[in-house]
Write a protein that binds this ligand. Structure first.
Ligand code: ADP
Ligand code: ZN
Length: 215
């Protein structure tokens, strides 16, 4: 499947993407994970992206498009992909459209995960992430804590609160979402690709997508 996952920070794009990879071997492409990995590895890309990310601002479109142009041409994308956290702006959506045309790829759907604001705020403040850039497993101190306090179940690294998950940065990320990313819902509706789903439960989202695509 070739799907874009849209939705506010904390809507569950990463969780849904991980579940969908198990359905047909499509790969999850998270620009946030790629950027966090680059920051921790101290690469040129990481150095350019770090300050924006820490403040909860978007990284410039050109940097993101360079990443995605290379990533979408890697062989593992041939089976399908779940775009998680990209596109985030109208210019990124337009650049993606011409990139996909150039590569001869057509999208199946843009899925908009709808979650009430209170749920979003609660999820983001209680979210914890594995600090190992190769893992980045997601936990929640209330609903899904690691088995051993602050230690990742999968890889044993420390589980931490992301720097952009302080209350101030979260508020700013939500404002950025409303201003820059929410307009993509109308954009994909016009493109005839939009599917809205109530995303309070990730399993329900996966079921709705499978039904829609008949897989
Ligand atoms: P969330 O969806 O939980 O806000 P992500 O992990 O998707 O977080 O992204 C974290 C940060 O990485 C964003 O706040 C932003 O700074 C940067 N980022 C990720 N994807 C993009 C993108 N497509 N365009 C611009 N910035 C991005
Ligand atoms: Zn881990």
């Amino acid at each position: 499947m070739k799907i874009i996952l849209l939705g506010a920070p904390g809507a569950g794009k990463g969780t849904v993407a991980k579940l969908l990879t198990q359905v047909d071997g499509s790969v999850q492409i998270s620009t946030g994970d790629i950027l966090r990995g680059a920051v921790q590895a101290g690469t040129e890309l990481g150095k350019k992206a770090e300050a924006y990310m820490k403040a909860g601002d978007l990284v410039p479109d050109e940097l993101i498009m360079d990443i995605m142009k290379a990533r979408l041409q890697e062989p593992d994308c041939a089976k399908g992909f779940l775009l998680d956290g990209f596109p985030r702006t109208i210019p990124q959506a337009e650049a993606l459209k011409s990139l996909l045309q150039e590569l001869g790829i057509s999208l199946d759907l843009a899925v908009n995960l709808e979650v009430p604001r209170e749920v979003i705020l609660d999820r983001l403040t209680t979210r914890r992430t594995c600090s190992n850039p190769e893992c980045q497993a997601i936990y929640n101190i209330k609903s899904n804590p690691p088995k051993v306090d602050s230690i990742c179940d999968i890889c044993g690294s420390k589980v931490i609160q992301r720097e952009d998950e302080t209350e101030e940065a979260i508020t700013h990320r939500l404002e950025t979402y409303n201003e820059k990313t929410a307009p993509l819902i109308g954009y994909y509706e016009k493109e005839g690709l939009l599917m809205n789903v109530n995303a309070t439960s990730s399993d329900t989202v996966v079921k709705a997508i499978r039904e829609r695509l008949g897989i």
